[in-house]
Design a protein around this ligand. Sequence first.
Ligand code: PRT
Ligand code: ZN
Length: 223
Amino acid sequence: MKPRDRLRIAMQKSGRLTEPALDVLKRCGLTFRQSRDKLFCFGEGEPVDLLLVRDDDIPGLIAQGVCDLGIVGRNVLDEFKGVAGDAAAALTEWRPLGFGRCRLSIAVPQDVDYTVPKDLDGLRIATSYPGLLGQWLRRNEVDAAVVTLAGSVEIAPKLGTADAICDLVQSGGTLVANQLRETDVLLQSEAVLAGPDTLPTDERGDMIELLLKRLDGVIQVRE
Ligand code: PRT
Ligand code: ZN
């Protein structure tokens, strides 16, 4: 791949993390000119550009070296690390960013008896996070079937395609609306700055160090 002298950060194009991610970068002193196709934002002051993509693509773009850093939910990063194996082993969380907080949880229909994970033995669990769910099932020695769905996980029990779900929860309102009860938290998540665990040795590495220093100031001011 052609060496780059500008830093490239991947972030969500349009979704829950977009505005707070732009805000935190702005408070680090970075400003951008958005291109017409809105996929690429050129950094005006510092040599730092943005690539605007679906959040699910962010860990892969960093692992492939297409981007140097990414702002992404821990849930997406850890799921990628769990399923992508070696390619993702060197990805790390550089900083937690304090927004996009949510948790990945198991939930069961309100009328189902549930006390311990073993109660899920023999059941079907719908999720968009088969890697993280699989790890948790193995850790708890639960023999359940994982039903992978891209979306609308919370209606699977009502549709009869699953007996329980494993999905992101924030206020809990979606679970209540679907007569589901949260039973176990698998992961506490928030947006993180992700990158390779060793910094590039060129100017981009220096720029990352500068950005991390500024981020620490921004995060401290917030706390
Ligand atoms: O298009 P793209 O793939 O980029 O976007 P997306 O639809 O996959 O992601 P998006 O914008 O919905 O979420 C981006 C990230 O925000 C997630 O990966 C999480 O890290 C974080 N986040 C924080 C959430 C929530 N809170 C959240 N509540 N992501 C999703 N939800 C959904 C959840 O899936 C469930 O359907 O909201 C519902 C639950 O919310 P409550 O408040 O009813 O509990
Ligand atoms: Zn997504």
